[in-house]
Design a binder for this molecule. Sequence first.
Ligand SMILES: [Zn+2]
Length: 282
Amino acid sequence: MTLVAITYHEDFGARGFSVLKERIRPSFEKLMRSRLVDGKEVQVFRARPAPLELVESCHTAAHMMNMKDDPYRDVAMLSAGSVMMAAEMVAKGEARRAFAYTGTAGHHASRGSCWGFCYFNDVAITIGHLRAMGLQRFLIVDVDPHFGDGTRDFFADDADVFHINMHSGKDEVHDPQRNNYDIGLSFGAKDDLFLSALKSALDLAADFDFQMAFVIFGHDSHQDDYGGFDLTFEAYPMMSRMILDAVEERGLVFVLSGGSCVHVAEQVIPDVIAVLAERYPA
Ligand SMILES: [Zn+2]
């Protein structure tokens, strides 16, 4: 069995959202030059677009109409398809863990609207698909420093989705009835604060019996990147290890979210995949 499946498509770098796309190809090439991708335990799979009917079932007709002629529509469909393919492989036992590259992000896409480089909610669409396959309960750990408002729109009232939403604002919501947790770290959170808050949030999820976990992985949290946290390179493997320990033997899918710095992506993406492959440091 594949230990880590990586879903990728060259269109993410060629046609992805302008702010996000420059990091794609260099980080993927760096990954391919490493010895991590061995074609056996760690393999790359070419992403396919998400089925239109599935995306339509998750978003409103008005939103689908607004997206109809959007220049990023096709790459957003492919991004959702990348996440879906990654999660499906894990759900079927073809891979233990996965890392899904994307060309647009998803966590600011609500059912009927979107903003912030997001068009379709890749993780919500994927959960819809997994539920049709029989899975029910999911953990979402959103470590992108921007508030995951679109994901919350989908799952606010759904207690079968445990949503940890780390962000650089101040809002601190703990709603155990509906399993919604906003962790507001304020602007400029450093490694220690971020990692200890993440640990506390994962401890809250320890009694939640989920079948698969998604990490909405924005490296715009790095101090050189554009988001509101102030993390160093050391935080990323530590964060990944902490999540892996919390998820244990269950399925785990990292979903690429915000971030534009090429040198950050070139380091943190291979580092995260090395942890998922249990080969860190590579
Ligand atoms: Zn972000």
